[in-house]
Design a protein around this ligand. Structure first.
Ligand code: UTP
Length: 448
């Protein structure tokens, strides 16, 4: 039973006493549930969101550029491959976002994306894990973070498709928490009678959720050392990446972050840089257009390395942070909010996974080819939409075919699709390609 006096005190201290008026309108169980939720919220942190760091002391992060990557590929791949085969690697996909820009009410992962097979984003991601598991002869744990907004539908979707062929229990679902959305004046809002307006607490909710769900301990007990982290909405995000894992192992890194050369200074990405001696991802929203064009004295662009939100996290690092009681800060962004009784504009509060980077003792970046690994699905149309992601995937597969000696000459609108169960990487494709055609001149699809 919530202590009414303590709750009134807590709300008063944090400028939320208006919620007590709503409490009075509720009876019995509804009242108790609402009060218990109010008492559980960290109101103080909502009042003090994270400030962007002063970009005064910015230095270069250690990044494996293309030359160093080329030189070390064989060594790192061997090391990563050994970790995969020893069962020391898991894949984690965050899929708790509301996907508001895409505009579908279902979780983004349920979206039908593949041009010929009609596979969903979830199926493509799951098949990549399945393909990797088959290749290395181990059921690689596949952790899927959902949120109250996506949990039930995600579980049902996987169940309805027999987990897309994964071994029973290989997909491990766990839900992140929520945090109140607030009005511009900082006051909490309602979603309905007896219900606070809340949103999933950002992909950064992943750290706490991994700990509280018991999944981090389970991985640790199983001897898993590295977590390959992807976001559900990047359909090309590789999971079978021995170079990434090998680098994490070779450098004993707390985190390895993939980076790419930005397409233009104003590209909407975070940037890997060192601020005050620590690597961090500085969001584009934290920089002015002038800052994004600044250079180091040697001429290199300061905000050169864009972050496509793919990392390899060390299990020991995440565990160390949890034991230290580390909590990721909240960031706020202005959004239209579905408040009750009236919609309004206010602050959505979220934690970001990349805010763990400055906590790392050892952090390193590694360059990737954008076209091979990055095809985000954010918007319903235009940039970063299903259409652009499908086009990027088709371009990638055309490149694989050309490398294998196939003539590819596609008319406008034709698309190539290659199932991850046939090949999830270029290397796998080149090994498996059986010269079944000499030319591709229209829509083309390869299943396993
Ligand atoms: P985005 O920041 O692009 O948000 O998420 P979104 O929710 O998918 O889309 P919009 O902004 O509402 O249109 C990037 C990744 O982080 C995950 C998303 O599922 C996506 O994989 N994410 C985001 C979470 O897992 N939880 C969150 O609370 C937010």
């Amino acid at each position: 039973m919530t202590d009414a006096f303590a709750l009134a005190d807590l709300l008063a201290k944090n400028g939320q006493s208006h919620l007590l008026e709503h409490v009075k309108t509720l009876d019995g169980a509804a009242r108790e549930i609402f009060c218990a939720r109010l008492a559980a919220i960290d109101w103080a942190e909502l009042a003090h969101p994270c400030e962007p760091p002063a970009a005064s002391k910015v230095a270069k992060s250690r990044v494996l550029d293309q030359d160093e990557r080329n030189r070390r590929t064989a060594e790192l791949a061997t090391r990563g491959e050994a970790a995969f085969r020893a069962g020391q690697v898991a894949v984690l996909m965050v899929a708790g976002g509301q996907g508001t820009r895409l505009g579908s009410s279902a979780p983004k992962g349920c979206f039908t994306i593949a041009p010929h097979s009609g596979k969903s984003i979830y199926q493509l991601q799951a098949e990549k894990v399945l393909s990797l598991s088959r290749r290395v002869g181990k059921a690689i744990p596949f952790l899927v973070m959902t949120s109250p907004a996506t949990d039930a539908e995600t579980r049902q979707f996987f169940a309805a498709h027999a987990d897309f062929g994964l071994a029973p229990g290989q997909a491990r679902f766990f839900s992140q928490g929520t945090v109140p959305s607030i009005a511009i004046d900082g006051k909490a809002l309602l979603a309905g009678p007896g219900k606070l307006l809340e949103n999933p607490d950002g992909h950064g909710g992943c750290h706490t959720a991994l700990v509280q769900s018991g999944n981090l301990k389970r991985l640790s007990d199983e001897g898993v050392r590295q977590i390959v982290y992807i976001q559900v909405d990047n359909i090309l995000a590789p999971v079978d990446d021995a170079v990434l894992v090998g680098l994490a192992e070779a450098e004993n890194a707390d985190v390895v972050s993939k980076v790419l050369e930005k397409a233009h200074p104003d590209e909407k990405l975070g940037h890997l840089v060192k601020v005050d001696g620590r690597d961090r991802i500085v969001e584009y929203t934290e920089l002015t257009p002038e800052q994004t064009r600044l250079r180091f004295p040697d001429g290199e662009i300061i905000y050169r390395w864009g972050s496509p939100a793919m990392h390899c996290w060390s299990v020991a690092f995440l565990d160390r942070l949890a034991k230290r009681g580390f909590k990721l800060p909240l960031h706020r962004s202005k959004k239209p909010l579905k408040a009750w009784p009236q919609e309004t504009t206010g602050w959505k509060n979220e934690r970001f996974m990349f805010d763990l980077v400055p906590e790392a003792e050892t952090s390193v970046g590694v360059i990737i080819h954008r076209g091979a690994e990055f095809a985000p699905v954010k918007n319903a149309s235009g940039d970063d939409s299903p259409a652009t992601a499908v086009q990027l995937a088709s371009d990638l597969y055309a490149g694989w075919l050309r490398k294998a000696g196939v003539r590819v000459d596609l008319p406008a609108g034709a698309r190539i699709e290659i199932s991850p169960l046939f090949a999830a990487t270029e290397a796998q494709f080149l090994t498996r390609w059986d010269k079944r055609v000499a030319a591709v001149t229209g829509d083309y699809y390869i299943e396993a």
